[in-house]
Design a protein around this ligand. Structure first.
Ligand code: BGC
Length: 494
């Protein structure tokens, strides 16, 4: 029995208005089995796991390399800062490459492709004989991270359905933070070369696993490959679901939207509105200062007399994993907007408290040296250091609950298929470009504004985030991708 017949049967049997509420969509989704959808999502998030590992890698590797007995590989502070930040430049370029690849060769092959620069980059680092090999390896793994941060959210949102899209989509960030934490934990035991070898395992598994996973039905239908799209849907929705029904809905949307991106599309509300929202979400994510605070975490731990730096970073990593996990579980019930607001408020307050902490302890200094004064016996700082520790905890937990996962999730939900590659590339470029600026010029910002001023700047950005969320960010919970795009085009109420 097809979906329309079943709906008519339900209406006849009940006869009441209430049955009307059970839309065709609900009837369809009740027949869906999600096992293989989760499997495909699990394989694809080995990509974000690898990219998290790349981000976390520098934290344990830099101290090792700065103390290297081989002078060709010994990093000075300036080289160490490039070793850390070159990844973000590679990733910004990777975002552009990814945007082009997803349209040319499809989502699945792009995902398989990004394993190459991951594995090759880690191999170059593991066998490095000089500084340039270290930089090249970091740039390559950065490039792979950029491609991954574009293609995986797109892959997941195009194959998931609205009942689970938030949770499955949030697993992208969950795996990023798991990768970061994994690099910190393994970094405690492994020297930098072996750590690089370890980093190449998830992308190797990714390429093997993806051989058995389907291309997304939306990509296939946008290329007119209906039979393959039905097969992909049958894989993803299980044997009970009448997948022709979903295929027809997606096909209708593809026909309405037309194929291929043209520059003139930017004049349409259905394109420029989501693009502006996506770009601003990425800008604001970085403007919270998350990367600066993660970078600064080790100093905070030292101020608080936590002598074990490595343990400190592991605690930061675990906090992120825990709260990102909570966000993933509640995403489809709580909705994106509520979580973004809670997250923004938590970060605004904690960054402001951070500023107060520095204002009280800094005594006019702007550099990292104030911790030395702290340990030289200016006693009140010892107690206040716990304030810094607490606000760092709240900040990181707040980020993990909203501004960590949601910009990536919303980016993958709001664009019409034909511009998804281009528009996501612009978002990824904005994100990584800003991540580079913040990590590279954080010290200059401290010199210019003092530490207190810098953290108050971050706090004000977080407050602006909240206003931006309330006014502009649409709620995408429980909507199909097509309904979300209709809303931007103004053709149907959301
Ligand atoms: C951000 C990265 C950040 C990471 C940390 C990601 O969502 O894009 O810049 O380093 O989260 O959790």
């Amino acid at each position: 029995m097809d979906i329309q017949d079943e709906r008519t049967r339900l209406l006849d049997a009940d006869g009441s208005e209430e049955s009307d509420v059970r839309s065709e969509q609900d009837i369809y989704l009740d027949k869906v089995w999600n096992g293989k959808l989760y499997l495909a999502a699990f394989v694809s998030v080995l990509g974000p796991l690898s990219f998290g590992f790349v981000l976390g890698y520098s934290s344990p590797a830099i101290p090792d390399l700065m103390a290297s007995p081989d002078p060709r590989l010994r990093l000075d502070p300036n080289q160490a800062s490039w070793f850390g930040s070159i990844v973000t430049i590679g990733a910004a370029v990777g975002g552009l490459l990814g945007g082009w690849l997803v349209e040319r060769i499809g989502r699945k092959l792009t995902l398989m492709f990004c394993s190459l620069p991951f594995v090759f980059g880690f191999a170059v680092i593991a066998s490095a004989q000089n500084l340039w090999m270290l930089y090249a390896g970091r740039a390559l793994t950065g490039l792979a991270s950029g491609v991954t941060s574009l293609v995986v959210p797109v892959y997941i949102s195009e194959m998931a359905h609205q009942r689970v899209r938030g949770t499955v989509g949030s697993c992208v960030q969950l795996m990023v933070v798991t990768g970061i934490c994994g690099a910190y934990v393994f970094g405690v035991f492994l020297p930098w070369r072996w750590l690089a070898v370890c980093g190449s395992l998830p992308p190797t598994l990714l390429v093997v696993g993806m051989c058995f996973m389907p291309e997304t039905p939306r990509y296939l239908l946008s290329r007119g490959r209906r039979r393959e799209a039905e097969e992909a849907l049958r894989f993803l929705r299980g044997p009970e679901a009448p997948v022709q029904w979903e295929c027809a809905r997606i096909e209708e949307a593809c026909d309405q939207q037309g194929a291929g991106f043209r520059v003139s599309d930017l004049r349409e509300a259905g394109v420029y509105k989501p693009l502006a929202i996506g770009v601003l979400l990425m800008f604001f994510q970085q403007a919270t200062g998350i990367n600066a605070i993660m970078f600064y975490a080790e100093n905070i731990f030292e101020d608080a007399h936590f002598d074990n730096r490595a343990l400190g970073t592991v605690i930061v990593g675990l906090t992120q994993v825990f709260f990102t996990g909570i966000a993933a579980v509640i995403m489809d019930r709580a909705g994106r907007k509520v979580l973004l607001c809670i997250s923004g408020v938590a970060m605004a307050i904690s960054a402001a408290v951070f500023g107060v902490f520095f204002h009280l302890t800094e005594g006019g200094h702007s550099g990292v040296e104030s911790k030395v004064e702290g340990s030289l016996g200016v006693e009140p700082q010892v107690d206040l250091a716990w304030l810094a520790l607490a606000s760092m905890g709240v900040f990181i937990a707040g980020f993990a609950l909203g501004w960590g996962p949601i910009p990536w999730l919303v980016m993958s939900e709001i664009f019409p298929s034909r511009v998804r590659g281009f528009a996501s590339a612009v978002c990824v470029l904005t994100n990584w470009g800003n991540a580079f600026l913040i990590t590279k010029f954080f010290q200059n910002l401290l010199d210019l504004l003092t530490k207190a001023g810098t953290f108050w700047l971050f706090a004000s950005m977080c407050a602006i985030n909240v206003v931006f969320t309330v006014v502009f960010v649409p709620e995408t919970k429980g909507k199909t991708l097509e309904q979300i795009q209709d809303k931007f085009r103004g053709t149907r109420a959301l």
